[in-house]
Design a protein around this ligand. Structure first.
Ligand code: HEM
Length: 110
């Protein structure tokens, strides 16, 4: 299992402009090998905030296939002309060495 994070530097106070775009189901959600994603905000001191899109995949090959897919292209059509509030973007890939979850039984809320 791997985690790939896209760390995006955003103009202070404008993180919601990016995070809002992730509220709805997109094209990644049914892509083979995709497990889940979190969109995180780091409200930093200074004049930028950080939004981290953290995605979890079965294998690096699955992520690579998505990166080369029409599904990725369709959601990144902005190409080189990215939205004004995005200042920079850094991609980091991690192997998941250990993963643990709570063993407390959660109540079934249906
Ligand atoms: C320069 C690089 C990138 C920039 C500036 C960027 C920015 C964006 C933006 C603005 C959207 C929203 C599109 C919309 O309005 O629907 C988006 C979608 C997305 N981005 Fe990126 N992105 C970049 C590369 C990546 C990479 C390498 C990843 C891998 C972690 C990633 C993960 C995602 C995901 C998961 C979505 C949602 C796709 C979906 O819902 O199907 N992005 N990105």
């Amino acid at each position: 299992m791997i985690i790939v994070k896209n760390t995006v530097k955003i103009t202070k106070g404008e993180a919601h402009k990016l995070t809002d775009r992730f509220q709805q189901t997109g094209l990644i959600d049914s892509f083979p090998g995709f497990i889940d994603l979190d969109v995180l905000i780091n409200r930093k001191e200074g004049d930028t905030d950080e939004v981290i899109i953290s995605t979890r995949w079965e294998t690096f090959e699955d992520f690579s296939r998505w990166l080369g897919s029409d599904e990725f292209r369709q959601k990144h059509k902005h190409g080189k002309k990215q939205p004004d509030f995005i200042q920079s973007s850094v991609i980091t890939t991690y192997d998941v060495a250990v993963s643990r979850k709570s063993i407390v039984q959660k109540e079934n809320v249906s």
